[in-house]
Design a protein around this ligand. Structure first.
Ligand code: GLN
Length: 274
């Protein structure tokens, strides 16, 4: 089978992202970038490549996320290793990284990424600011190992992965705390659709209509923030007001919300003055 014929197999997939999915899978099988597919449409797949491609297509048609099939997902300026132990990084989370990088922090800031998962946010901050010290906290042991592997492979030597629950492994005060915690209501029917079905609930859902972890972080963060330190949180598209109100109630100032790439209010944060 030729590359262009393999790409045409996207017609067999029912997902909305069929064409992109098939391109990703074919690049993975061929170990080439996307431009290769366009440059060599008539190139034949070997028998081995074809059987690998066919079995990936079957798994994809059964719902397995592409990121779980390839074990990789692009985030910010790099590729992360991904597995079933944590959330597949979303492009929307890059909005949080962009905001964090604009904050008026000192050049040797200390930053914390709570519930780092693959390490996505923490690694982006560490690579963009080599003089920062970044602590990435993760509760799930397999995810902490994954974040460590990602940090080492990507050369984020100024990032340390700490195992534990939220603030537990931290000591002292920091200039910046960021988190993309679980925030989906356990009753949300969206959990039965698409890629989220294959992601662990520990990374997705929180009690109190998804607000429990967000509120816990907001209430606890002041003890771990320096004066003029910032807290930025990702949340659900309909949680901005509650998160902003909670931040204000606890005493945060300059509380603001930013939208994700889909135009949904997605990141809310504020500044802690002592
Ligand atoms: N944004 C993700 C989703 O809606 C959830 C991420 C999270 O719970 N932190 O699928």
């Amino acid at each position: 089978m030729r590359i262009d014929e393999a790409l045409a197999k996207s017609a067999e997939l029912k997902s909305d992202s069929a064409r992109v999915d098939v391109e990703h899978l074919l690049c993975f099988v061929l170990q080439k970038g996307p431009s290769y597919l366009r440059t060599w449409p008539e190139k034949e797949l070997t028998a081995e490549q074809l059987s690998q491609f066919d079995s990936l297509l079957v798994k994809r048609s059964q719902g397995t996320p592409v990121a779980h099939l390839t074990g990789r997902r692009g985030f910010w300026s790099f590729d992360l290793e991904v597995n079933q132990h944590t959330l597949i990084p979303r492009p929307d989370t890059e909005t949080l990284v962009e905001w964090a990088l604009e904050l008026p922090l000192n050049s040797k800031a200390s930053a914390v990424d709570l519930g780092t998962g693959t390490g996505a946010i923490g690694i982006a901050l560490a690579l963009e600011n080599p003089a920062w010290q970044v602590s990435a906290v993760e509760f799930v042991a397999e995810a902490a190992e994954l974040a460590r592997r990602n940090a080492v492979r990507l050369g984020a030597s100024n990032l340390t992965v700490l195992s534990g629950s939220w603030f537990e492994p931290l000591a002292g005060q920091y200039d910046l705390i960021v988190s993309n915690p679980p925030y989906i209501d356990p009753k949300d029917t969206h959990l039965e659709q698409g890629d989220v079905r294959f992601e662990p609930l520990t990374a997705l859902t929180a009690e109190d209509e998804g607000l429990a972890d967000l509120f816990y972080i907001i209430e606890t963060a002041p003890a771990y923030l320096k004066g003029d330190g910032w807290l930025l949180l990702e949340h659900g598209y309909d949680q901005a007001e509650q998160v902003a109100n909670k931040l204000k109630q606890v005493g945060f100032e300059q509380v603001e919300t930013r939208q994700d790439y889909g135009g949904n209010p997605r990141i809310t944060g504020g500044c802690w003055r002592v």
